[in-house]
Design a protein around this ligand. Structure first.
Ligand SMILES: Nc1nc2c(ncn2[C@@H]2O[C@H](COP(=O)(O)OP(=O)(O)OP(=O)(O)O)[C@@H](O)[C@H]2O)c(=O)[nH]1
Ligand SMILES: [Mg+2]
Length: 287
C-alpha cells in the first residue's frame, strides 16, 4: 500500500447499526524512512580530499493525519483503487473512507485492499445518504481530523491533484473549497448542470460555476453543519445552498481533474435525468 498508514477497520451499516471489524490480514508492511538510508549512501559515495557536502535530504511529504478523505463510490471497482492510491500519495497519513453504496462489482474489496475503511449497507441508498453515513461514521469515531475532503471515486490518479483544495481551507481563504474541472470531460447538453446553477443562485444568491462538483474540502465543524446531505445526486447542489445560507465562504479552485464521464448516449441521458430529478428535489426542499 503506497505510503498510507490509514487504518484498515471496516464499518458496515446494517439496519442502522454499525459493525466495526479490523481484519488482521490487511496489515501493511512496515514503511522504511528514507532518512535512515541517506547517511549511509553519503558515506559510501564520498571521496577523500574533495569538499564534502551531505546531500540535501528530500523534503518529507506533508503528513496529513489531520485530514479525513471520504470517497463516493458505486460500482467503481476499475477506478477506485487508482483513486485511493493517488489520495494516499498526495495525503500521507490521511484516513481514507469509502462510501460504497452496495456496489456489486467488487468495489468494496478493492477499497479495502487499498487501505480504506468502508461504509455501506446491504442495498443502495443513493449518494447523499451513503456519504452522510460515511461522514457520520468518521465523526462518531472521535476522529483526530480537523479537515475533510470529499471526493468522487472515479477520479483515478487525478485525485492526487486535490491538495490545493485542502490548502485553500487550511490557509483560511474559504470555509468550503470546491474543485472545478479545468477541462470539461463528457457530459450532455448542460441542462442538469444549468438547472443546478440556477437553483443555487435562486436559493442562495451565489453564482456557482461548479455546483455539482463532488470534490470539496472543509473543516470538520463545517462538515457537521452541512449534515445530513440531501438525497442522491442532490447532495452537492443542496450543500452549496446550505453553506451560503450558513454564512460559509465558498471558493472554487480550477484543477486538472479527470473522471469516467458519461456521454451523449442513452446511458448518459438516463444518468443526467436522475441527476436532474435529484437537483430539482434539492431545490424544492430548500424553498
Ligand atoms: N455512494 C454512492 N456513490 C455514488 C452513487 N452514484 C454515484 N456515485 C459515485 O459518485 C461519483 C459521481 O458519480 P458519477 O456517476 O460519476 O456522476 P458525475 O461525474 O457527476 O456525472 P457525469 O459527469 O454525467 O458522469 C462517482 O464516484 C460514483 O461512483 C451512489 O448511489 N452512492
Ligand atoms: Mg464522474
Amino acid at each position: 500500500m503506497p505510503g498510507s498508514s490509514a487504518s484498515t477497520g471496516i464499518s458496515i451499516f446494517i439496519d442502522s447499526r454499525i459493525t466495526t471489524v479490523s481484519p488482521s490480514s490487511t496489515s501493511s508492511p512496515t514503511a522504511t524512512s528514507i532518512f535512515q538510508t541517506v547517511p549511509v549512501m553519503w558515506a559510501s559515495t564520498s571521496t577523500l580530499g574533495a569538499p564534502q557536502y551531505p546531500p540535501v535530504p528530500p523534503q518529507p511529504p506533508d503528513r496529513r493525519s489531520d485530514l479525513a478523505v471520504i470517497v463516493a463510490a458505486r460500482n467503481e471497482a476499475d477506478r477506485v483503487g487508482a483513486t485511493l492510491d493517488a489520495l494516499a500519495d498526495a495525503f500521507p497519513d490521511a484516513a481514507l473512507w469509502v462510501a460504497d453504496d452496495a456496489s456489486d462489482d467488487g468495489t468494496g474489496a478493492v477499497a479495502l485492499a487499498h487501505g480504506a475503511r468502508l461504509v455501506g449497507r446491504g442495498r443502495p441508498h443513493g449518494k447523499g445518504a451513503n456519504m452522510t453515513a460515511a461522514a457520520e461514521a468518521m465523526l462518531s469515531e472521535g476522529t483526530s481530523a480537523t479537515l475533510v475532503l470529499l471526493c468522487d471515486g472515479d477520479l483515478g490518479e487525478s485525485a492526487g491533484r486535490l491538495a490545493p483544495l485542502v490548502e485553500a481551507v487550511e490557509r483560511g481563504d474559504c470555509d468550503l473549497a470546491v474543485a472545478a474541472f479545468r477541462v470539461r470531460v463528457g457530459g450532455g447538453f448542460g441542462v442538469a448542470l444549468g438547472f443546478s446553477r440556477w437553483a443555487v443562485e435562486r436559493r442562495s444568491g451565489y453564482r456557482a460555476s461548479a455546483p455539482i462538483s463532488g470534490q470539496r474540502a472543509m473543516r470538520t465543524e463545517v462538515l457537521r453543519s452541512l449534515l445530513p446531505f440531501a438525497p442522491g445526486y442532490g447532495m452537492e447542489t443542496a450543500m452549496t445552498i446550505d453553506a451560503v445560507r450558513a454564512g460559509h465562504r465558498i471558493s472554487e479552485v480550477e484543477l486538472d481533474l479527470a473522471h469516467r464521464a458519461t456521454t451523449r448516449n442513452l446511458r448518459g441521458f438516463l444518468h443526467r435525468a436522475r441527476q436532474l430529478r435529484d437537483f430539482a428535489r434539492a431545490w424544492w426542499s430548500r424553498r
